[in-house]
Design a protein around this ligand. Structure first.
Ligand code: UD1
Length: 373
């Protein structure tokens, strides 16, 4: 049973679902409905060619407690009814933790084991809702599928038995590599009258950047400054749009090319041809590293340090200021892009989902890379 709830989950489950089907495993797909707009959910199912979910929980938006509780209430009877061998939860959103808790509490009764896809990442910032979700989901899981070796170190520091950990690499990059030809064919930049390599893409949705007026204003003003030299495309997350309206910051959007949230292939097409990307998303940090596109992360720290150490990512100077963001962006643009895969960490190779299936079957894959010393 695979669970998906919010936008960043869909590109993670897509390749695993297909690899399970190829391995002739029976699969059940549960969509919690944490994200529900066409552009936040259904468009991803179309772009990634994922079948309709077998169960749709329809929980929608709410406070953390209410959203988590609604997923738990709706997921429990499905788990009891289905009793799969494995439940696979991806990422770090509220739906991930909610289903992990249900599995852990019913383990005696159902015999179902829980696997966490993208286990072991840590920002060490307990104020982030995702950090709480990551730590607790890992604690509940029988099998920890890790995307990079730093995750093994994080789990070891928490005293996790190495026998629970399987290195599989990054499933999101399986999706990226399989959709890159379609994204290049789309050539969205040209359609938007942008010159490839001469514009910037930005995304902003973290509560720490958008839920306080001053912080959101700094981010938007910095993007406005950058837009004097390079067009800045800002696909606006619904949370951010709501906050821009609530704080009366609409004017700060006027120098930017603001769009609705983009579909997967559209976003990939744009990011692939950008001079640089500014983001507070976790997934975009990984995608830019795989593509070789310079990235500036608008956060104090990242749970994906490998994208800085090996990839194309850098953290903007903290605390964020207009000058600091602008300078980091110009530094990133000057860095220039690398070839696709040139800066990719080990296991970000398009075969992570296959390794996930082998780990679920209890067979370390023959390609299972040894941990580097
Ligand atoms: C969630 C995840 C975050 C992830 C992000 C990607 C948690 C704690 N957060 O944050 O880790 O990076 O998804 O997008 O799980 N909304 C809509 N339509 C939708 C979904 C949301 O309009 O389809 C609006 C609602 O006003 C909602 C707000 O966006 O209240 C926030 O949605 P929510 O799912 O609570 O959190 P995200 O900020 O999307």
């Amino acid at each position: 049973m695979l669970v998906a709830g919010a936008r960043p989950n869909f590109m993670k489950i897509a390749p695993v679902l297909k690899a399970l089907e190829r391995a002739r495993c029976e699969t059940t797909l549960v969509h919690t409905g944490q994200h529900y707009d066409d552009q936040m959910s259904a468009s991803f199912f179309r772009d990634l060619d994922v079948r309709e979910p077998d169960h749709h929980l329809g929980v929608g938006s709410a406070s953390h407690a209410v959203q988590t509780a609604r997923v738990m209430e709706a997921f429990e009877p499905i788990l009891l009814d289905t009793r799969p061998d494995w439940v696979l939860v991806p990422g770090d959103v509220n739906s991930t933790l909610a289903c992990a808790l249900v599995c852990a509490k019913l383990k005696e009764e159902t015999g179902t084991r829980l696997a966490h896809l993208e286990a072991g990442l840590r920002s060490n910032d307990w104020r982030m809702p995702e950090e709480v979700n990551r730590v607790l989901t890992d604690r509940c899981s029988d099998l920890l599928l890790i995307p990079s070796w730093d995750a093994a170190d994080n789990l070891a520091a928490e005293g996790v038995d190495p026998g629970r950990i399987a290195f599989i690499g990054n499933v999101m990059i399986d999706t990226l590599l399989s959709r890159l030809p379609a994204a290049r064919e789309l050539a969205l930049a040209r359609e938007m009258d942008l010159t490839p390599g001469k514009f910037v893409v930005a995304t902003l949705h973290r509560p720490s950047n958008v839920d306080e007026r001053d912080k959101l204003e700094i981010c938007l003003s910095a993007l406005g400054d950058i837009a004097r030299d390079y067009p800045v495309v800002l696909p606006l997350h619904p949370r951010t749009r709501k906050q821009v309206d609530a704080f009366g910051l609409g004017e700060a959007l006027s120098p930017l090319r603001v769009t609705d949230p983009l579909g997967y292939i559209q976003m990939l097409s744009l990011v692939d041809s950008a001079a640089a990307v500014l983001t507070d998303s976790g997934g975009v940090q990984e995608e830019t590293t795989a593509l070789g596109v310079p990235c500036v992360t608008l956060r104090e720290q990242t749970e994906r340090p490998i994208t800085v150490e090996e990839g194309t990512n850098r953290l903007a100077p903290w605390p964020l200021t207009v000058d600091g963001i602008r300078e980091a962006a110009h530094g990133a643009i000057a860095q220039g892009r690398a070839a696709v895969g040139e800066r990719s960490p080990e296991g970000w190779d398009g075969r992570a989902a296959e390794r996930a299936v082998e780990a679920l079957k209890g067979n370390p894959h023959e390609d299972q890379p040894g941990k580097p010393s």
